[in-house]
Design a binder for this molecule. Structure first.
Ligand SMILES: Nc1nc2c(ncn2[C@@H]2O[C@H](COP(=O)(O)OP(=O)(O)O)[C@@H](O)[C@H]2O)c(=O)[nH]1
Ligand SMILES: [Mg+2]
Length: 288
């Protein structure tokens, strides 16, 4: 199993930024990768905002298996924390995200008005681990009219807010969560989907492992695009097969396993191998 390095300093920084921003917002958008929604969460950090209404966004749904995503949406939705599938690039699901924000904010607003406070737009912050699509989500929700609402003197000095419709304001900077690697399998999934820097993991090991994971659901495409007509129990042999099929050779007709690994990761991340989920929901009785 490939080992992924861990940087403790990032955790402290993520914690600090989250704690600093949490008091400014009413709703937290937790963004995860739809292909591995559990591996791409960080429950420890999300505990810091546990008292806030939340919306869980399963982003990059266009790259995930649609049936698995539907099952995840159902499985991960909780009272006060709806889950919504999104393709932040094309915008599929954006309307549902905003509806979920309004739904999550509703009770807060009602409590305010009951106390005689004036209603105001929901203030929202997006958070997630690197590369899950935080910036894309913000841009998508902001749309073409990326109108800044401006600083709020005294309360949110230096923060930029984007107005979305009449009743939502989105913090222009996302909160960056640190990926958790409690389970070494999570590390492989996060590396495969591109949520950890390529330099910190063994690309050959991750790409070889990925082929094993996606072989069954994507067999016809892997045969056609990568020349993988059967799965060898020795993971690197599958990379070798890809290298031969795609003509990735070094001098002396030796297969270039590094080039094959890079190709597999690139084509997987671009969705060219097909829509596939790396984690599928377990039975409802299982604790997540
Ligand atoms: N296919 C697909 N790609 C996405 C989606 N959202 C983001 N991306 C891509 O994922 C990469 C990282 O996105 P970015 O918004 O910069 O992630 P951030 O690091 O969390 O801010 C970019 O190449 C985006 O184009 C999505 O819903 N579908
Ligand atoms: Mg970003």
């Amino acid at each position: 199993m490939p080992v992924i390095q861990w940087f403790p300093g990032h955790m402290a920084k993520a914690r600090r930024i989250l704690q600093e921003n949490a008091p400014l917002v009413d709703v937290v958008l937790e963004i995860v990768d739809a292909r591995c929604p559990l591996a791409s969460r960080n429950p420890d950090l999300m505990r810091l905002v546990a008292q806030k209404p939340q919306v869980l966004i399963l982003n990059k749904a266009d790259l995930a298996d649609p049936a698995a995503t539907r099952a995840w949406v159902e499985r991960l939705s909780e009272p006060g924390r709806p889950a919504v599938a999104l393709d932040a690039v094309k915008g599929t699901g954006a309307r549902e995200v905003l509806a979920a924000v309004r739904r999550a904010f509703g009770p807060v607003l009602e409590a305010w008005t009951a106390k005689g406070r004036k209603p105001r737009p929901a203030r929202v912050m997006a958070v997630g681990i690197p590369n899950v699509g935080k910036s894309s989500v913000i841009n998508r929700l902001a749309g073409a009219r990326r109108a800044h609402v401006g600083d709020r003197p005294g309360v949110t000095r230096g923060k930029q807010w984007i107005r979305i419709g009449a009743d939502v304001e989105l913090l222009d900077m996302p909160g960056i969560l640190v990926p958790k690697f409690d389970d070494p399998r999570d590390g492989v999934l996060l590396a495969a989907v591109g949520c950890v820097k390529d330099e910190v993991f063994d690309r050959r090991a991750v790409a070889a492992e990925l082929l094993t994971l996606i072989y069954e659901p994507l067999a016809p495409t892997l045969a056609e695009r990568l020349g993988l007509t059967r799965l060898d129990p020795e993971p690197e042999n599958n990379l070798a097969a890809v290298a031969r099929h795609r003509g990735l050779l070094r001098a002396g007709e030796q297969v270039d396993l590094d080039a094959a690994a890079a190709l597999v990761l690139r084509e997987f991340r671009e969705g060219r191998l097909g829509r596939v989920s790396l984690q599928t929901p377990c039975p409802p009785s299982t604790k997540l």
